[in-house]
Design a protein around this ligand. Sequence first.
Ligand code: ACO
Length: 401
Amino acid sequence: GIEIKKLRAEAGLITLDPGYKNTGSCESAITFLDGEKGILRYRGYAIEDLAEKADFLEVAFLLIFGELPNKEQLEKFTNDIKEQSHVDEEMKKILDGFPKAAHPMGVLASLTSALTAFNPSSVDVSSEGDMYKAIVKIMGKFPVLAAWTLRKKHSLPLNYGDESLDYVENLHKMMFEKPGKSYKVDKTVIDALDKLLILHADHEQNCSTSTVRMVGSSHAGLFASISAGVSALWGPLHGGANQAVIEMLERIKEDGGDTHKFMEKAKDKEDPFRLMGFGHRVYKNFDPRAKIIKKSADEVLGQLGVDDPVLDIAKGLEKEALEDDYFVQRKLYPNVDFYSGIIYRALGIPVEMFTVMFALGRLPGWIAQWREMRLNKEPIGRPRQIYVGPNHRDFKPLGSR
Ligand code: ACO
């Protein structure tokens, strides 16, 4: 609950709400969600319709500019992004300096930040025209950087996109094409990836998006704000959960598949273990994205002929949790990341890239929220605090401590 404390007479009342559980930070016209009813809409359109009927760049345009694009608008947006799908060659040297074992999210955050150095005109933007240029730049360059983090890990030569392909297939090709081998991909894979990116594209004021708005509120540029968003997303309580889920399911499998044992572990307050992929700050009924992804996991694995035993473990855990008092009382349901990792794995995406895939999906949401914040001329974000440290103390020189 919110605590209201009187700080000092001149400061007036300060609301104390750790984790901002009940505190709104802005007015926004981008994403609506009703956690009690399990409703999620981007700019008024149901997530179920968008996941089924739209493609990722249409959804990106919708989120950023507020309306679904017509044919000409989509064509222009797509081409403007394609024109930006190269990064400065010097960026390769930066990537080269990272150890191979580095986590791709750390590398991606650093490279995104480094983009500011090579695109100084994108830093200080205030007109809508300048914003548009910065937006298509980051939409074009971010997938290159994301693909490179994977290529570095797998010692593959660094490449650029193929302008004849659409956004998602191009991303897939940049990640997976191998020298000397012709690149081919099943349409099922691209469709599934497209859907996953759409489902992750925005989720109102979550941790990474609030970070993007907060950093952007100081008028640091778009790329610096996105880089901060990548760092915020990395944590296992947020986007990092998709990697943590698959690692947990693997651990349960290797331990003999006893889901009950792990349920009990998650309920034990002395044990730091949590059931990853369960629970959500806002959804207290079900996460509509999880419903779509669960169905999609079944379809994709079926179409690709993949038989993954961890899917059965996941379904077993979900079934057990739905009947368990601890989980029912706390309204803990599978979230978007409970099943996404299983699909990513079936699509051949390595586990350490799962959160990068999330970041690729979330990019348009971060951009839309940053743009809205700037167009609304929001003030710099600067929360207050309740000071609980010592009162005035007399300084003691080092020798007398
Ligand atoms: N396993 C076991 N217990 C849980 C879990 C879980 N996954 N999630 C919450 N709880 C319990 C808490 O221990 C707490 O119990 P208590 O009331 O007895 O103390 C209660 O449920 C409420 O949990 P909070 O941590 O207060 O809820 P909060 O809203 O702060 O946290 C969060 C939400 C971070 C998502 C949490 O549920 C969690 O850690 N889940 C696992 C990680 C995860 O899947 N994250 C991805 C979220 S979705 C996304 O970012 C894309």
